[in-house]
Write a protein that binds this ligand. Structure first.
Ligand code: PBG
Length: 326
């Protein structure tokens, strides 16, 4: 009898036949260590306000943030990304680098109670400026180099108050270098920088701007965040951030940018983070609430796709839900 090449010798369904085989040969699996959980911190006491456009996510005062940290650790989530919402905003975002700013207070409290928690801080000015832009505004334009000084001050203040890692999200040119220098000069040479390197001007950030109260009061962020039509430019941004000293580079958002996560992974030997942003979370929650999709299954599929694309870590509002499934 003649053996034919191809069908039926190769039957792709053989390894899909039962759960045991499927689990054994699954290439990509999620682990709790893959996740970073974002938290929104407000002034006050006893506050836990649900963000209406992000069901299951809250603005919390520091006391409730501490309870949240306890729960996260017991779920196996060991790293968080902090966003601060100050009581007062001004043109230069003073609350961002104030020793008694909301993030500074939260850092001291968290590191005091949970030293093992890996605390990453988002470094940006938009939550702290009255105009809602990520930098110093003059003539309705965000001024790059004047902003660098403030970002560096903010990053140093976070490190001094206990941040384990600094994550600049502003998209100013040269900010990784400015932050690396000020950290090194002040004895924080071993504090890593996770740079939001390829961050796009995206409509998927809509719910976040409600959560962080950081919507720009005029115009948009297109003169500093990237145009979503571009991918070579994203690789140049990433190469520059690596040159300037980034330890981890980020692609953001994640789902519409899986191609870039893969290109980044293939082009650079450096850890890659992906930010599964607010709109990506809220879309799934909303469709699931309507019974249109199975939210839990879609969540696992989406998170797995981000990891399969090449992400080493995923910043996601689903961290707790996914940890419960895992
Ligand atoms: C601050 C910042 C934003 C996000 C993270 N850091 C918003 C923005 O750039 O407007 C978005 C996160 C999300 O949508 O989940 N610059």
């Amino acid at each position: 009898m003649q053996i034919q090449p191809g069908f039926p010798v190769t039957r792709m369904r053989r390894l899909r036949k039962n759960a045991g085989l499927r689990n054994m040969f699954r290439e990509t699996s999620l682990a709790k260590e893959d996740f970073i959980y974002p938290l929104f911190i407000v002034e006050g006491n006893g506050i836990k306000r649900e963000i209406s456009s992000m069901p299951g996510q809250f603005q919390m005062s520091v006391d409730n943030i501490l309870r949240e940290c306890d729960e996260l650790l017991s779920l196996g989530i060991g790293s968080i990304l902090l966003f601060g919402i100050p009581e007062m905003k001004d043109a230069v975002g003073s609350g961002a680098y104030d020793e008694n700013g909301i993030i500074q207070k939260a850092l001291r409290a968290i590191k005091n109670d949970f030293p093992e928690m890996m605390v990453i801080t988002d470094v940006c000015l938009c939550e702290y400026t009255s105009h809602g832009h990520c930098g110093v505004v003059e003539n309705e334009y965000v001024q790059n180099d004047k902003t660098l000084e403030l970002l560096a001050k903010e990053a140093l203040s976070h490190a001094q108050n206990g941040a384990d890692m600094i994550a600049p999200s502003d998209m100013m040119d040269g900010r990784v270098k400015a932050i690396r220098q000020i950290l090194d000069l002040n004895g924080f040479g071993e504090t890593p920088i996770m740079a939001y390197s390829a961050k796009f001007a995206s409509a998927f950030y809509g719910p976040f701007r409600e959560a962080a109260e950081s919507a720009p009061q005029f115009g948009d962020r297109k003169s500093y965040q990237m145009d979503y039509g571009n991918s070579d430019e994203a690789l140049r941004e990433i190469a520059l951030d690596i040159q300037e000293g980034a330890d981890i580079v980020m692609v953001k958002p994640a789902l519409s940018y899986l191609d870039l996560i893969r290109r980044t992974k293939d082009n650079f030997n450096i850890p890659v983070a992906a930010y599964n942003v607010s709109g990506e979370y809220s879309m799934i929650k909303a469709a699931s609430e309507r019974g249109w999709i199975d939210g839990e299954k879609v969540m696992m599929e989406v998170l797995t796709s981000i990891k399969r694309a090449g992400a080493d870590v995923i910043i996601t509002y689903f961290a707790k839900d996914a940890a419960k499934v895992i």
